[in-house]
Structures are given as structure tokens and as C-alpha cells.
Design a protein around this ligand. Structure first.
Ligand code: FAD
Length: 399
């Protein structure tokens, strides 16, 4: 990548990009075929382990990081996400989930709970999962049905509910579950987040989904029937769930922006190579005006996605969080993920028949993988609501 393209990044960021690219070429690229062809979770997990061992899952935690970067942060986690997604999608979602789980543990868990669960996640020894979505509550998280009650006699939290579309369901070692602790509280005030270790009685995984792409990712349902955890497993205080969720979404969306850029770059490279080599009607395909124009469209969209993504990451690293970061993070996610869908689609089209076969590169794989991006981590529609709600502060969005 040229300096013109990634000019928001500084010399140290670029050095990090080169290092992580070498690392992923060694650890991820040789396993990409097993992940795609065999749907291999073991291959994904092996890379997560290598990544943790090398210290790359600590980028978000300056107090724990021990590497050479002077100011590690979301910028570097996003570079990691971008570089991984350029090679394989499944791996990115695993990093995203690992960090989304590690972050609230780091920031909101009681000391002993943080000690017990965080270390293994950021060392890549264990895997985390986040449970927000339910059958009747996707975009509309105010409709969550999961109930969390407190058993005074045993000093334990008791969880009941069904979560769906949970990444790493059944393979995770620790779950951060969101549910209602105070049903009578005003909207957004009665939600809490609880740490649930795998293996608790009452925790089960009724279903694993099959997707059109995203091979190697494990996503399924998590059912909780009287699942009990000790009192100290709550994150923050009861009722702080919404705040914890919003802070997590901001950086998760920025990391997903990185994924979108990575997928877009891979699709663009395939289209670029084909346009310059394929002969049609006595000329290279790319010399035809329609294709020329499509290449330009892909190119500017990728740059726009990249600029918005790293703007959000740099803002976060400069200390901008919460509501102030919500709009830049939503813009990064919206533009980068829509760009990924656009570029994957155009790459397939430019390749013609080759684009929809498994014999010619990864175009068809990128096309299948990219489609999830504007849905996961909050849909494009929800991102638009969030953006406009800060631009029209006197109006309430009609959701
Ligand atoms: C592969 C994958 C992995 C996931 N991993 C996780 C995970 O680890 N943890 C987790 O908690 N969740 C996870 N999710 C869930 C994801 O966050 C939700 O799918 C997403 O938020 C959308 O919710 P929904 O699917 O219920 O769609 P719905 O909320 O039912 O929406 C359906 C459609 O309607 C649109 N829509 C909704 N409301 C409006 C409105 N007011 N105006 C206009 N359009 C509207 C939406 O944008 C969407 O296009 C995952 C999902 C997938 C597909």
C-alpha cells in the first residue's frame, strides 16, 4: 500500500503493518485453504493462538502490551483486522470477537474476574463470545427477553434466555451475556452484562448456522436455563449494560471497517489483474470505458473507506469515546462494509464466468463472505439512523 493511500497512518503504523503482514503470511495464509475448503475451526484457532502468543491480542490494552509500539491501540487492531481479512474472513471475525470480549473484561470486570479470564483470551489460549442478539431482538436491542435475577441466598446471578447468531457459540471458553436485571427500569437502564464461563450447567447450544460464506466461523444459538454464576461475575454495576454495549460497539465497528477495507482490497486486486490481462474485442478488458470506469469507482470507494476507518481508529486512540465516537465509527463501518460488497460484486462481474467458479482465485469466496458485513455488528440501516440522529438533534428518529 502506498503512502498516498494510507496517509492517515504514521511511520510506526506502517512498520507495524509490514510486520503483521509478514506474520499473517506465515501463520494465516498457509491455513487459509483448510479454513475455506474444510470449514476448519481448528485451523482458525491455531492462528488465534499464534497471534496471542506473539502479543497481538494486547494491542488494545496499553497497560498489558509489551511490544515495540510506543502507543498501541485501535489503529493497530484495525490494521490487523484489515490485513487478516485481505487473506481470510473467518479469522477476522475471530479476532473481532476476541477483542470485543476482552475489552469489557479489561475495563469493567472486578480484579479477580479480570485476572481469571482476560489473560487467557489475550494470550490466544481461550476464545470469547458476546451474546446480545435474540430471536425477537436484533437491531432493536430494547426488546431483549433474557432475564438475569439475583439469588440472595446463594449470592449468585441466574440467567434464562435464548441468544441467536452468536459468533463462537459452543467453541468459546467464556461468554459475555447481556440481559435484563431490572424489567421495571426505563429503556436502556435495566440491562446488565454478565461473564458466563463455558461448561456451566444449563448452558446449551441448540443450533449451529450454515452461511453462504464465512467458512471456518462458528455461529450458533446459546440457550440459558437457570445458568448460575457467582455475584462477582457482573461487569460494572447492575444496569450498566447499555453503556458497556455502546463502548464495545464503537471499537467493534471500527475493526469491522478494517475488515471491509481488507476484503475490498483483495477484490480490487483480482479485478485489477484481470482487467490488465484479459483480451476482449482486440483490446485489454480494462481499456474498455465501462471497465475503466468501474475500476475508478472501486478505487475511490476503497480510499474513502480507508480514510473513514482510520479516522475513527485515530480518534479513539486520541481519547474520543462514547457518543462522540459513535458517528465516526458508524460511518467507518457503513462505508467500508458497503464498499466490500460493491467491490466483491464488481470483481465477480469483471471476471465473467471465472468470477463465479471456484477455479479462479477467490472472487466467488469474497462475494459470499462480503455479504455478511453490512449485517453483522449493527446493520447499514442502523448505522444510517445513528449518523442522521446526530445530524438532526432536534428530531427523534422514527425507528
Ligand atoms: C454471521 C453473524 C455473526 C453474528 N455475531 C453476533 C455475535 O457474536 N453476537 C451477537 O450478539 N450478535 C451477533 N450477530 C447478530 C447481528 O448483530 C444481527 O444479525 C444484526 O444486528 C441484525 O439483527 P437481525 O438479524 O435480528 O435483523 P433485524 O433487526 O430483524 O433487521 C432485519 C432488517 O431490517 C432492517 N431494519 C430493522 N429495523 C429497521 C428500521 N427501523 N428501519 C429500517 N430498516 C430496519 C435491518 O437493517 C435489517 O436489514 C451476528 C449476525 C451474523 C449474521
Amino acid at each position: 500500500m502506498s503512502r498516498v493511500q494510507d496517509f492517515i497512518l504514521d511511520e510506526e503504523d506502517r512498520r507495524f503493518r509490514a510486520e503483521i503482514r509478514d506474520f499473517l503470511a506465515r501463520e494465516l495464509a498457509p491455513r487459509a485453504a483448510a479454513i475455506e475448503d474444510d470449514d476448519s475451526w481448528d485451523a482458525v484457532k491455531a492462528v488465534v493462538h499464534a497471534l496471542g502468543k506473539a502479543g497481538y491480542l494486547k494491542l488494545m490494552f496499553r497497560d498489558l502490551y509489551r511490544g515495540w509500539l510506543t502507543k498501541p491501540g485501535l489503529t493497530h487492531a484495525t490494521i490487523l483486522s484489515e490485513e487478516a481479512a485481505a487473506i481470510n474472513y473467518a479469522f477476522e471475525t475471530t479476532i473481532g470477537t476476541a477483542l470485543s470480549c476482552a475489552y469489557p473484561l479489561h475495563r469493567y470486570a472486578k480484579d479477580e474476574i479480570r485476572e481469571r479470564y482476560l489473560g487467557d483470551i489475550i494470550a490466544g489460549r481461550t476464545v470469547g463470545a458476546i451474546g446480545v442478539t435474540e430471536p425477537s431482538a436484533g437491531s432493536d436491542t430494547s426488546r431483549l427477553q433474557t432475564r438475569i435475577t439475583f439469588d440472595e441466598a446463594r449470592q449468585e446471578w441466574v440467567l434464562n434466555g435464548l441468544k441467536r447468531y452468536i459468533s463462537n457459540a459452543s467453541v468459546a471458553d467464556v461468554y459475555i451475556m447481556y440481559g435484563i436485571t431490572d424489567p421495571g427500569a426505563p429503556p436502556g437502564k435495566g440491562l446488565s452484562a454478565i461473564v458466563v464461563p463455558a461448561g456451566r450447567p444449563g448452558l446449551s447450544f441448540p443450533r449451529r448456522y450454515t452461511f453462504m460464506g464465512r467458512r471456518g466461523c462458528v455461529v450458533g444459538e446459546v440457550e440459558m436455563r437457570d445458568v448460575r454464576v457467582p455475584r462477582d461475575h457482573i461487569l460494572g454495576e447492575p444496569g450498566q449494560g447499555t453503556r458497556i454495549m455502546v463502548s464495545m460497539f464503537n471499537f467493534e465497528r471500527t475493526i469491522l471497517g478494517g475488515t471491509g477495507v481488507g476484503v475490498s482490497r483483495s477484490a480490487f486486486k483480482i479485478a485489477q489483474d484481470h482487467a490488465q490481462t484479459r483480451e476482449v474485442f482486440g483490446q485489454k478488458l480494462g481499456a474498455k470505458q465501462l471497465i475503466w470506469s468501474t475500476i475508478a469507482e472501486m478505487s475511490w470507494r476503497i480510499d474513502a473507506a480507508e480514510l473513514l476507518t482510520y479516522r475513527a481508529a485515530k480518534l479513539y486512540d486520541a481519547g474520543i469515546t462514547g457518543k462522540e465516537l459513535a458517528k465516526p465509527a458508524a460511518m467507518a463501518k457503513l462505508v467500508a462494509t458497503e464498499t466490500a460488497v460493491y467491490c466483491a460484486d464488481k470483481a465477480v462481474q469483471i471476471l465473467g464466468g471465472d468470477g463465479i467458479t471456484k477455479e479462479y482465485g477467490r472472487a466467488e469466496q469474497l462475494y459470499r463472505d462480503a455479504r455478511a458485513l453490512p449485517i453483522v455488528g449493527g446493520t447499514s440501516d442502523m448505522a444510517r439512523y445513528l449518523i442522521a440522529s446526530t445530524d438532526l438533534p432536534t428530531l427523534k428518529p422514527n425507528l
